[in-house]
Design a protein. Sequence first.
Length: 69
Amino acid sequence: MHDDALVPYDFHCPYCDSPLSFLIDTSQGSHITWEDCHECCAPIQVAVDISPINGELESVRTGSDDDVL
């Protein structure tokens, strides 16, 4: 992993609405992962879409653990 593969992403927790910031590792390609909220500790689904052509971040979707992303 290179530092240029880390892209900051800001959003709000789907449970407690706290502002959060995560680093997205674009070198992993498109993937789904779970991160815990820093405030309420609830599990947040994070779906990352990376372009297969240029490897750049295309979109990030977040949701509660029960959401289907």
